[in-house]
Design a binder for this molecule. Structure first.
Ligand SMILES: [Zn+2]
Length: 215
């Protein structure tokens, strides 16, 4: 073997060794991880992370109540300035009277109404006008009741999320059906639409699995 050959062979051997080792180790550990994962999934699906659940309930609530606030053609007035707009994909937003950081009132019909961006975003929700609107619509004292309800000391947990999810999903489907307005479906993921399609199969007192996760 010439010196040149020795030099060119030596690094090749060195290179092959760790490559094989790495390959073996990776394959083995990946397989065992997958098996473990499969076994866990068979036993019980994982819990849906609360942020994902919160986003899902909000997405459905926002569509359901904007649709409910709108007329037969899907046009809705901002509750704090009267500006008229289309409920979907214009500047229509579902605004909160008591801010969205309070969970007990975050998805509650009487704390929510459609607003335009001017009032909801740039007007920081126009809370004073919003409160007047609530009292006019649902009766005197509603705004105050919302403030009290928002501060409930009990924990807002998965049961409460589940309750709002099922109730507001039902509203979304009923309001969409009565107006024959389904353009909102284009903004939904397949798993979200699958859930809505099977809504009648779900029960508040039973385990709910969405997107292969427990709610
Ligand atoms: Zn407005």
């Amino acid at each position: 073997m010439t010196k040149k050959e020795q030099l060119s062979r030596a690094p090749r051997v060195k290179k092959e060794m760790p490559k094989k080792k790495r390959g073996l180790r990776t394959t083995k550990s990946r397989t065992s991880r997958t098996n473990k994962k499969k076994a866990t999934q068979k036993r019980k699906p994982i819990l849906m992370p609360l942020t994902k659940l919160d986003n899902l309930v909000w997405k459905i609530t926002s569509l359901a109540f904007r649709l409910q606030d709108s007329d037969r053609q899907g046009f809705v007035k901002c509750c704090t300035c009267g500006n008229k707009m289309y409920y979907y994909k214009s500047d229509a937003q579902l605004g909160h009277f008591k801010s969205r950081s309070a969970k007990w009132t975050k998805f509650l019909r009487k704390n929510l109404s459609t607003q335009d961006t001017k009032c909801n975003k740039y007007g920081a929700g126009e809370q004073f006008k919003f409160g007047k609107f609530l009292d006019r619509t649902y009766g005197a004292g509603t705004a105050e009741a919302m403030m009290t309800y928002a501060n409930k000391p009990e924990k807002f947990g998965r049961y409460e999320y589940k309750k709002h999810l099922l109730e507001n999903s039902r509203i979304l489907l009923d309001e969409a059906k009565s107006r024959r307005l389904y353009d909102w479906k284009s903004g939904m993921a397949k798993w979200e639409l699958d859930f809505l399609e099977k809504l009648d199969d779900y029960n508040i007192d039973e385990e709910i699995i969405i997107h292969k996760q427990r709610v």
